[in-house]
Design a protein around this ligand. Structure first.
Ligand SMILES: [Zn+2]
Length: 394
């Protein structure tokens, strides 16, 4: 009404912007694969400072060639985080594109099984989780810059320690996510093609059980078996699994005892716990602690030695999913939201109230295995759908 519209809220200009972004991305399949190969062929396991930093530098160089400056922030012991951004038509709250540069694979994995393509799928360490997601975010940022930007400023934050529960970057991620318009986290889309609209949180708990050593033949009664005590604890811990609440518990590793003819004086174990946003994790941890510390058999004791936590991702707001779905339909695919037991940094952003949609990366499967793959023909349409969701975000 008399006011002059500014880029890109004017309908005509906005149509041009959207078309520009889609057209530019449509021509980037080969360039996306080239960057994907470059990133996959760098070993960047968590805590591999040099490897993670090499990934960040490769992305920084790629963005620099496109005229977008990226900053690397050193994270001692883990490598660095990468930040880049483009201005929006308004100076309001930003939209954040998130991802992690670390993988679960040790140095040397690339030499054993480097990037390769077979039958339309790319293979290699971290190809789905989540180097293809990094590529997608980078190209979406470029597409938006090419097209003149969105309403919102857009920020890219790539971190270095997600696969080990983000011990060094969780505060950075949560600070970045406070008060933003939205967070799109480019973890791989599910095998079904679906996005991730809720995730469980997790606790990785290490504990040990102490007993009393004794000769298993000569003076059996003087012993107190740490293994027997652990067996009771494992049953009690596994009994906390409840399909109705979504809590799962799994003692996945045990290590202990010395020889068969000695009553075991010591055993250690590792417990994985998953829970939904509806569960009080402190109360759950209190239950677990009580089981571990109980004198399960006379003269034995137990204690927790380490706890690592990731937060659950509460449900994506319906309007944010709908925004993405509209963009997806426009570029030719339909998609739903899905719940997963896997944890990710999207739990951190959702926990500070940021509307968060996860799994916006290309379609991939078998993450954390040698069969990990990425569907190459999903690179462009997933990038286009994300670009539209950002451009259409009010
Ligand atoms: Zn991941």
């Amino acid at each position: 009404m008399g006011a002059f519209s500014v880029l890109p809220t004017d309908p005509v200009t906005q149509t041009t912007t959207r078309t520009q972004a889609l057209t530019w991305l449509a021509g980037q399949q080969a360039a996306m694969q080239t960057l994907l190969q470059q990133l996959v062929d760098i070993d960047s396991g968590s805590r591999d400072e040099a490897g993670v930093t090499a990934v960040a530098r490769a992305i920084q160089a790629h963005l620099a060639a496109a005229g977008i400056a990226a900053d690397l922030e050193s994270v001692p012991g883990y490598g660095c985080n990468l930040r880049a951004g483009i201005a929006g038509a308004d100076a309001g709250a930003p939209i954040v594109l998130g991802g992690h540069m670390d993988t679960v694979y040790p140095r040397g994995t690339v030499a054993q099984r480097p990037f390769r393509i077979q039958d339309g799928r790319a293979y290699g360490p971290g190809v789905a989780d989540m180097k293809s997601g990094l590529v997608l975010n980078v190209f979406v940022l470029q597409a938006l810059a090419q097209a003149g930007g969105a309403n919102a400023p857009v920020r890219l934050l790539l971190t270095c320690d997600e696969e080990i529960g983000s011990p060094a970057t969780r505060d950075t991620i949560m600070a970045e996510a406070r008060g933003v318009r939205a967070v799109f986290n480019a973890e791989p889309a599910r095998v079904t093609g679906n996005l991730v609209t809720a995730r469980k949180g997790s606790m990785a708990i290490e504990f040990e059980v102490l007993g009393v050593a004794a000769h298993a033949g000569v003076n059996h009664a003087q012993g107190a078996s740490a293994i027997e005590a652990l067996a009771h604890k494992v049953l009690a811990l596994h009994a906390l699994t409840d399909p109705a609440t979504g809590v799962t518990t799994n003692v996945g590793c045990v290590n202990g005892g010395i020889v068969p003819n000695m009553v075991a004086p010591h055993v250690s174990a590792q417990l994985d716990v998953r829970y939904t946003a509806e569960i009080d994790p402190d109360a759950l941890l209190a239950q677990i602690t009580a089981i571990i510390e109980a004198e399960s058999r006379p003269r034995t004791s137990g204690r927790i030695t380490a706890v690592r936590r990731t937060l659950p991702m509460r449900q994506t707001p319906a309007d944010l999913l709908a925004l993405y779905q509209r963009g997806a339909r426009e570029v030719g695919f339909s998609v739903e939201g899905e719940f997963t037991g896997g944890a990710a940094d999207s739990g951190l952003t959702a926990s500070v109230g940021a509307p968060t949609l996860c799994g916006t990366g290309p379609i991939g499967g078998h993450a954390h295995t040698e069969r990990e793959y990425c569907e190459l023909d999903s690179l462009v349409p997933r990038a286009q759908a994300l670009a539209l969701a950002i451009l259409d975000h009010p």
